[in-house]
Design a protein around this ligand. Structure first.
Ligand code: CP
Length: 304
């Protein structure tokens, strides 16, 4: 791929291909680059997992990582994202991973005839998070070996979630059945197209995957934050220990993290046997290797 920006651009076959190559990387596959390749990670919005695992993936593929810190960059002098990206390109950067709070920030970049470097979207506002979605699909595939007919509930802060938008789209494409839960005010017609909303107590005994979303306090209105109660949210919408005991025997718990412990998921369940939360993070490195490898391959930078 020239760039990896949105799950909307990927077919079911593309997703399976990414999972296949990521699994090969997980099993030790190595690649040789045709020349020194340089990558940089531009995170204009905070991140732990996506930022560090893109960097780990770049290093494991043998790329050189050029450090970029927005807080000490010339963004503070008013330089735009486009000029920042073109500057990195001019100094020799081949690929960038970018996260920004603006939905579809990448459109201006890919439509700019002077931008040639590869862009991996590390998350755009409440739009898309393709590398998270692909690592989620890898984790589900590792567990069940298929997607067809699986019941997957996406529960929580749907309104602000790029993970929900990315995953409802791709899970449907792959043949899974999607359900939604959490505060009904965060469920709207965008989601209704992909699945129905249900109370968590109805979802718990039926789902193969219970995927929880973080309550994104930084994107809630001040009045919503003011009236928010962690305890009430957990009791009404969260995975309590009593609810976990009602899950199907082989059902798994997922969350893109960071987790608000005792809000979306009871503290004791974050690392329980059926939780795949840290496995998701590990898979994130290999999926990002597969994403970057596809962009390197597009540019003839991998020896085949
Ligand atoms: N899941 C995820 O995107 O985490 P970070 O915000 O830490 O990158």
């Amino acid at each position: 791929f020239e760039n990896v920006l949105s799950m909307e651009d990927l077919s079911a076959a593309d997703v399976l291909e990414f999972i296949k190559e990521a699994s090969q990387f997980k099993n030790g596959k190595e690649v040789t680059l045709t020349r020194p390749v340089y990558a940089s990670n531009l995170f204009f919005e905070n991140s732990t997992r996506t930022h560090t695992s893109f960097e780990m993936a770049e290093r494991k593929l043998g790329m050189n990582v050029v450090n970029f810190d927005p807080s000490t960059s010339s963004l503070s002098k008013g330089e735009s994202m486009a000029d920042t990206v073109k500057t990195l390109q001019a100094i020799g950067v081949d690929l960038v991973a970018i996260r920004d709070r603006k939905n579809e920030y990448y459109k201006d970049l890919v439509e700019d005839p002077n931008v040639h470097l590869g862009i991996a979207n590390g998350g755009d506002g409440s739009g898309q998070h393709p590398s998270q979605s692909l690592l989620d699909m890898m984790t589900i595939y590792e567990e069940f070996g298929h997607f067809e007919g699986l019941k997957v509930a996406i529960i929580g802060d749907l309104a602000h979630s790029r993970v929900a938008r990315s995953n409802m789209e791709v899970l449907t494409k792959l043949g899974a059945k999607v359900y939604f839960g959490g505060p009904e005010k965060w469920f709207n017609e965008d989601f209704a197209e992909y699945g129905e909303w249900r109370e968590i107590d109805e979802l718990v005994p039926e789902m193969d995957v219970m995927m929880f979303l973080r309550v994104q306090h930084e994107r809630l209105a001040a009045d919503e934050n003011g009236s928010f109660s962690d305890v009430k949210y957990h009791e009404t919408y969260g995975l309590t220990q009593a609810r976990e005991r009602r899950m199907k025997d082989d059902a798994i718990i997922m969350h893109p993290a960071p987790v608000n412990r005792d809000v979306e998921i009871a503290d004791e369940l974050v690392e329980c046997d059926r939780s795949r939360i840290f496995a998701q993070m590990s898979n994130g490195v290999f999926i990002r290797m597969a994403i970057l490898a596809s962009m390197l391959r597009y540019r003839g930078l991998i020896e085949e």
